[in-house]
Ligand binder design. Structure first.
Ligand SMILES: Nc1ncnc2c1ncn2[C@@H]1O[C@H](COP(=O)(O)OP(=O)(O)OP(=O)(O)O)[C@@H](O)[C@H]1O
Length: 431
């Protein structure tokens, strides 16, 4: 596409209105020449009466992104002469936002880049600031995760989320679903751990009345509930070997039969699987079917552990505190944050959440200090058995749980939630 030099900025802006997302026209020297109506609605107007540069407007930087140590898709597009994409954090009237940037270079008659159209697509369900049920973060590891989610979401490819326990696999699955064209249909979750063959089949495929003892009604399977939407199989590595063939058949044929039925139904879902295990090693050991592995692993995404994104701890702490107690009165001192940053977080974000829930109970003031955080971390260490030689694990667990129950006036449901265990487990542990 070529644009005559005589055309004014108004013409540019009119052309940009053809895009149904915010768009700006930029020179290879980073100067913004025009913006469209959608940009105006999302980010406000830019003063174009004097030179306005994209790095200043979008990032409040004084130098272009690539000189500030960030990947700059404009710089890359000018070098390659081709479309380039990157995930950036931009300033917006709503604060900082993750934006999927696409740069479309416009070449002159000599084949050199004359202008670039920059399309700015907001990324659903992620946030570099405090959010409610969104994924938050701004570290390089988190941004890479968001970039992967953004790329794969609009496709229908099967996604395999690999990450440690509590690192955010389920919330990432939901981000993929919500950024996909299937978002108006359900995302259905099946936790695969501990499922026996009959249960697995009837949960997944449903059953007819009388199919087996206790089948009093026709029951819809999760595959049917997920029709048009997303099927999320959590802990896929725990599906017993003999059941894996049933899953493979479902994926390969796109059809299934409810237990006890002769009717074959057709399935329509996007598959997302998650695991904390090394499935490839399981394949090598003969514990996981190779054919199924290649079916589910079309697009693998690594979910970073909290250890890999320690710089997100202050933001996550603020976010989680607000989620635990919506009054917004609680905060954590800088020294306490430093202590959290030194912790290992084997249980990742879920562990951070549990520690903060405890801190709220144990702190006498809304400003949670280092001392309180240290106590919460020590309780965890004792319970997890770091000091097994000197500590009687069971009695310490009991002591902690009783203290916790007392602190919430005997409310066992609340105490269990704070301890991160089910109420049933709590009763079992204190009896
Ligand atoms: N980036 C994030 N921002 C905010 N909260 C997060 C983020 N990632 C995870 N969480 C929160 O951490 C907790 C654990 O996340 P989630 O349940 O998605 O982890 P998981 O990896 O699926 O856990 P498991 O391995 O036990 O199935 C949830 O409360 C979730 O909302």
């Amino acid at each position: 596409m070529q644009i005559s030099q005589k055309q004014g900025n108004d013409d540019f802006a009119t052309m940009l209105n053809a895009y149904d997302c915010p768009a700006i026209l930029v020179t290879p020297e980073y100067q913004i020449l025009a913006s469209n109506q959608r940009y105006l609605e999302s980010y406000g107007s830019i003063d174009l009466s004097q030179a306005a540069y994209c790095f200043k407007v979008s990032h409040s930087n004084d130098v272009p992104c690539e000189q500030a140590g960030q990947a700059c898709p404009l710089f890359a597009a000018c070098a390659s002469g081709k479309k380039e994409r990157a995930l950036h954090i931009h300033h917006s009237p709503r604060g900082k936002e993750h934006i999927d940037i696409e740069i479309l270079p416009i070449l002159d008659h000599k084949g050199e880049v004359k202008y670039c159209v920059e399309l700015l697509k907001s990324v659903t369900k992620t946030n570099p600031k405090i959010g409610n049920n969104e994924m938050v973060g701004a570290s390089p590891a988190f941004n890479q995760l968001v970039e992967n989610i953004t790329r794969v979401a609009p496709t229908d490819a099967s996604v395999l989320l690999v990450g440690d326990t509590g690192s955010g696999k389920e919330i990432a699955a939901s981000a993929v679903h919500l950024a996909s064209s299937r978002k108006d249909h359900p995302m259905v979750i099946l936790e695969c751990s501990g499922l026996t063959e009959p249960l697995f089949e009837s949960e997944l495929f449903g059953h007819t009345k009388g199919a087996f003892t206790g089948a009093l009604y026709n029951k819809q399977g999760l595959v049917e509930v997920a029709h048009g939407g997303t099927l999320f199989l959590d802990e896929i590595g725990d599906v017993p070997y003999e059941l894996q063939i049933k899953l493979l058949r479902l994926i390969e044929t796109g059809t299934y039969r409810p237990v006890g039925s002769k009717e074959t139904k057709s399935a329509d879902f996007r598959l997302i699987c998650a695991t904390h295990q090394d499935i490839f090693a399981m394949v090598e050991r003969g514990e996981f079917r190779r054919d199924l592995y290649y079916r589910i692993n079309v697009f693998p995404i690594h979910i970073p552990s909290l250890k890999e994104r320690k710089q997100d701890i202050p933001l996550l702490t603020k976010t989680l505190l607000q989620r635990i107690d919506q009054s917004g009165q609680y905060s954590v001192t800088d020294c306490a944050i430093d202590l959290l940053k030194k912790h290992d977080f084997m249980g990742n974000i879920r562990e951070l959440r549990n520690i903060l829930s405890r801190a709220l109970v144990l702190s006498n003031t809304p400003r949670i200090d280092r001392h309180v955080i240290k106590t919460c971390l020590d309780i965890d260490r004792e319970i997890s058995g770091d000091n097994q030689a000197t500590i009687d694990l069971k009695s310490n667990e009991l002591k902690y749980l009783k203290k916790l129950i007392d602190s919430v006036d005997g409310d066992k449901d609340k105490a269990a939630a704070l301890a991160g265990i089910s109420t049933r487990s709590l009763y079992r542990k204190i009896q």
